[in-house]
Design a protein around this ligand. Structure first.
Ligand SMILES: Nc1ncnc2c1ncn2[C@@H]1O[C@H](COP(=O)(O)OP(=O)(O)O)[C@@H](O)[C@H]1O
Ligand SMILES: [Mg+2]
Length: 367
């Protein structure tokens, strides 16, 4: 898939810009705070209608303005079309395809982004790793995305009941209703997450080995708050979930919080059998994230028939030459890529393939 032309109006620090992109590698150079990350955010926004940096669309509107508008000529497996998304200060979001209003964002344009924030994925809290899994699975399954939001709604209701001071029988009656829904939606999420982790684990192992000249191995493990004992069958997951909720009833009533479920799980990453969270060096973390992101590219391709667009924010210049050239080999498979950096042009010569070069200066993009 590809974005051929982008027009942004009142988006972050941009007033109005129209840019034509290369079908392969696009590089954006500029000093700090000029709009490089904002541009990638606009492209990311087209894939799913959400920012990668904020939940509040209002923040995307240029200060003192009342709306933003992103319009792009896309090429996907479904052909060429123009996608326009705008949102106003009051939250009146509009989506149009070839000028015709739509209820939903199309699902055939996808992106994978790698930014310096991703490095916290390894050393940061479990919630970041859960978000990573949730985001990438949602990207290939709208059913998962719906189940995820249902699950969190159910969880909030269940926690509310756990916090209420009410008669024991009534509380039990109430809880058992929520239990059933929590188990149903939670098990669906767990099954998908287990499948995804299995897929990423296999792919990233191969990629990581190649990135380290076969010197190091990584392995991913889904670490569940439920004792799943290697099961992945949905009926069995439901059974274990319900058994363990029953066992924890008193503890949950005391702590007034749902103690097990996908919202308490984690993803363990091991490098040569050692926990990456505890031991990985900066370089290993970077390589690890790169391997994870490249695996996601393959998984998305497997699911929708084409590679997503790759967004590399400020990370390319941090890679050493051998990782850089590995990445370029990957990109050459026909992955449209957007790279930002403050690096000078000299360093780019090492890349050794044709690129389209842009300069960004105070919200103005020039070839
Ligand atoms: N809603 C907004 N309206 C106007 N300017 C904004 C808005 N949001 C962020 N900015 C400005 O955008 C600039 C940062 O752009 P960014 O793309 O993150 O920079 P960089 O080129 O370093 O990646 C900052 O100067 C910030 O003040
Ligand atoms: Mg930036």
């Amino acid at each position: 898939m590809q974005i051929k032309r982008l027009k942004i109006i009142n988006f972050r620090n941009y007033v109005k810009n129209v840019v034509d992109f290369d079908s392969n590698i696009n590089i954006f150079l500029g000093h700090n705070a000029q709009g490089k990350t904002n541009l990638l955010e606009a492209i990311y926004y087209l894939s799913g209608g959400k920012s990668n940096r904020t939940f509040k669309d209002q923040e995307l509107i240029r200060w003192d303005q009342t709306f933003f508008n992103i319009s792009a000529d896309l090429n996907t497996i479904n052909g060429n079309y123009n996608l326009m998304i705008m949102n106003s200060y009051e939250g009146r979001k509009k989506i149009k395809i070839n000028g015709l209003e739509q209820k939903k964002i199309p699902e055939d344009f996808k992106t994978v982004i790698f930014s310096p924030d991703d490095l916290t994925l390894i050393k940061g809290s479990p919630s970041g790793r859960r978000d990573f899994l949730d985001r990438e699975i949602s990207q290939i399954s709208s059913v998962y995305s719906k189940n995820l939001s249902d699950y969190y709604k159910i969880l909030r209701q269940r926690n509310k009941v756990l916090k209420l001071d009410m008669n024991w029988n009534k509380k039990e009656e109430n809880l058992s209703l929520w239990d059933e829904q929590l188990i149903h939606k939670g098990s669906l999420l767990l099954k998908k997450r287990l499948e995804m982790v299995h897929q990423i684990s296999i792919l990233s192992r191969l990629i990581y080995r190649r990135l380290t000249n076969n010197r190091e191995n990584i392995k991913l493990d889904y670490s569940s708050s439920l004792d799943l004992q290697d099961i992945s069958n949905i009926e069995e997951i439901k059974f274990f979930f319900s058994q363990q909720l029953k066992k924890l009833r008193n503890e949950e009533l005391r702590s007034r919080f749902t103690l097990i479920g996908p919202h308490r799980d984690d993803l363990n990453i091991f490098i040569d059998q050692k926990s990456a969270k505890n031991y990985a060096s900066q370089g290993q973390q970077r390589t690890c994230i790169l391997a994870l992101k490249l695996s996601i590219l393959e998984i998305v391709k497997g699911n929708c028939g084409e590679y997503p667009v790759l967004l590399l924010d400020d990370v390319f210049s941090e890679l050493d030459d051998s990782r850089k050239s590995f990445l370029v080999q990957e990109i050459k498979k026909g992955i449209q890529t957007f790279i930002t950096g403050t690096m000078n042009e000299q360093r780019l010569k090492n890349v050794n393939i044709p690129v389209k070069l842009f300069r960004i200066n105070q919200g103005d993009i020039k070839v």
